[in-house]
Each structure stands twice: as structure tokens, then as C-alpha cells.
Design a protein around this ligand. Sequence first.
Ligand code: TYD
Length: 205
Amino acid sequence: MFITLEGPEGSGKSSQLPELAAFLRGAGYEVIVTREPGGTAVGDQIRDVLMKMENVSIVPRTEILLFLAARAQHVEELIRPALAEGKVVLCDRYGDSTLAYQGYGHATDLETLRLLLDFATGGLRPDLTLLLDVPVSKGMARKRENDSEWNRLDAYTEAFHERVRQGYLSLAAAEPDRWQIIDASQTKQTVQDEMRAAVLSRLQG
Ligand code: TYD
């Protein structure tokens, strides 16, 4: 079962993920936790290029291809083999981040992105995607408070992040069977409980 977590900045996905994994392991599932960009040695090197504040000269097409290059490596080296062994793969961001950030955020044509995504992933799509939705102002404030890692991509404008959030909501509305929207402005425990319920119902259903 391939489960992805998506959300705008400061939605708290990354801090919820280890707890969700521990819960699922306790329930008897074999779980792999991974993230994008990254997840493999090659992917982590690509991540460094994408995140470094000094790389301000990266143009949009380069950015897209780097995200996709990291993803191609990730799918083939880690995700597909784990799924073939019957594991639950929990991935912090995946293809929908490209549609939300590069597509809706930077106004890159969505159909072109979908073709590129299919090429990079060999058509691998998540079984379930949790959207941790949070208003942009709240998410950005949280990010400033909690996160020492401030990267090149966080520095985009608030209007950009608003387009990303609305993009996620559009993607979720278009494919309601795959997406589960969770209100991430609730308490950490409530968000965790809703994530567990959504994942368990999919795993058992
Ligand atoms: P990260 O530090 O992992 O942030 P977060 O905790 O918000 O997940 O940074 C990932 C950044 O990369 C984030 O700003 C979203 C962006 N991103 C894209 O723009 N496109 C993509 O395809 C992916 C995977 C991430």
C-alpha cells in the first residue's frame, strides 16, 4: 500500500509521520517511511541542489526536472521494491507536490507535468493521499516558529503559497476516492487520530 502525505508549508506532516509509522508498526504492518525530494543517496544529493539558498539561479524547468529525477530514482530504488514485498510505504510528498508547487504555484502547464510525472514514475500512483490542509498564514507562522531549516523554496511569496494550497484542494476535489483532507489547524493529537483512522480504514477495507 502506497500512502503519500501532502500539504502546504507548516502543515506539520513531517512531525506527524514518525508517530503514524510507529502506530502502524504496532498494529502489525511493515512500514517504510521516506520523503521527497530525497529518499535515496542520489535523491538526497539532488535535494541539496534544490534546497541550497545559494542556488538562486535555478530556472523553473531545471527545478521541475530535478524533482522528477529524484523521484525516478526513489520509485525504482526504494518504493517499488518495498511495495513488491508487501510493505506499507509512507512518503512525505510525492507527485502531487509537483502539481501543486510547480503546476499551480508556478503556473506550469498541468498536462505537461502529468506526462513528465508518468515518465518519471513509470505510472506509479499512491493508493491513498492525506492532505494536511492549513491556512497559509498559519502554516508560515508555524514554519517560522518550529523549523530551523529555512530553504530556498520557503522563500517564495505568500501569494505563491496560497496558489499551492488552492491547488491541493482542487486536486483533492478532482479525485475524492484517493484523497483524504485533514484539517491540520486542529491539535496535533486530533490530526494524528484522523490520519490513523484514514489509513487504517484503507488498509482494512
Ligand atoms: P521540505 O524541507 O521537505 O519541506 P516540507 O517540510 O514542507 O515538506 O522541502 C520540500 C520543498 O520542496 C517544499 O517547499 C515543497 C517543495 N517541492 C516542490 O516544489 N515540488 C516537488 O515535487 C516536491 C517533492 C517538493
